[in-house]
Design a protein around this ligand. Structure first.
Ligand code: GLN
Length: 295
């Protein structure tokens, strides 16, 4: 990509044209996000200060981001942040990029927690929440941020993910109410006396059937961690494990809230019904009208 000394507008034009040629969707927006990230500005500042001439260092940084983006690297891995529920979370290639659909899961979990355990009925009892496969920590940290008196146990098998989650918990000011643990699902929780003492189990587990991973968009399949996506041959491996173990952890009236694939509602509901441990099972749709969350 040719990029000589120029101001913001010139840089945006060049980036936009290049990304467009390479078939990247929304090339103008992408160029704006990347340039704003280089300058550590808000997008709007690019227009407010549009005549600012970029330094050679800024130009070469911007150019390298545009090129990586044109090769399919997701924008969030280039900027290192992703907004979720109006908070900017740190993301690295070691974690799944937060999806807007997951906001529905957090909103439902918070709604049910407030319904089941309203602050006025709590007797100084801590609300314990387990977030399985916490990744960047978005689910658990958002709950810790929005529900007073709660403690979140975030579990992940990936040390890299836990480091990102720890950074995010710090950034959001909730490090004191979040415990991050390395391990497989419930296994690292043994020593925390959470059996029969947990108010909610939440998770956005890997749920894509192994055979469908190949057909995911290139940006996802080539860049996001496969362990965060691969739900085994039928995509149900983690749902089965979580649904069989969660009842042993939950208090009476406790909540299980899971993100699901758009076509998994019936199957996951059947698993929950078969366990005879769950009441009031609901499936909630995402903003696009697809089944996305089960509680
Ligand atoms: N809990 C994280 C999220 O919802 C990570 C989920 C995952 O890696 N499957 O983004």
């Amino acid at each position: 990509m040719e990029l000589k000394e120029t101001d913001c507008i010139g840089a945006l034009k060049a980036g936009e044209t290049f990304l467009k040629e390479k078939g990247i969707q929304n090339p103008r927006l992408e160029a704006e996000v990347l340039l704003a990230s280089v300058l550590k500005w808000e997008r709007v500042d690019l227009y407010v200060n549009k005549e600012t001439v970029l330094s050679p260092k800024e130009l070469s940084h911007y150019r390298s981001l545009i090129i990586k983006r044109s090769e399919g690297v997701p924008t969030s891995y280039l900027t290192g942040v992703r907004e979720f529920l109006s908070m900017d979370f740190i993301v690295t290639p070691g974690v799944l990029i937060p999806r807007p659909e997951t906001e529905v899961l957090v909103e439902e979990a918070l709604k049910l927690l407030n319904q089941q355990f309203p602050p006025e009925k709590r007797e100084r009892e801590t609300i314990n929440v387990i977030d399985l496969g916490t990744g960047s920590g978005i689910i658990g940290i958002s709950i810790a941020k929005h529900l007073s008196g709660c403690h979140v146990y975030g579990v992940d098998i990936s040390e890299k993910a836990l480091e990102v989650a720890r950074e995010n918990a710090k950034r959001m000011g909730v490090l004191g109410s979040v415990t991050l643990l390395k391990g497989d699902l419930f296994s690292p929780l043994k020593t925390f006396s959470l059996e029969g003492n947990t108010h909610a189990v939440v998770s956005n587990p890997p749920y894509i059937p192994t055979g469908e991973l190949e057909s995911l968009q290139r940006e996802i399949k080539d860049h996001e961690p496969v362990t965060a996506l691969d739900g085994g041959s039928d995509g149900m491996v983690y749902f089965k494990k979580i649904i069989s173990k969660a009842p042993g952890y939950l208090v009476s009236g406790g909540i299980l809230a899971l993100e699901i694939g758009y076509n998994q509602g019936k199957k996951v509901k059947a698993l929950m019904e078969d366990s005879n441990s769950f009441k009031n099972i609901s499936i909630i749709k995402d903003y696009s009208g697809y089944d996305r969350v089960i509680t």
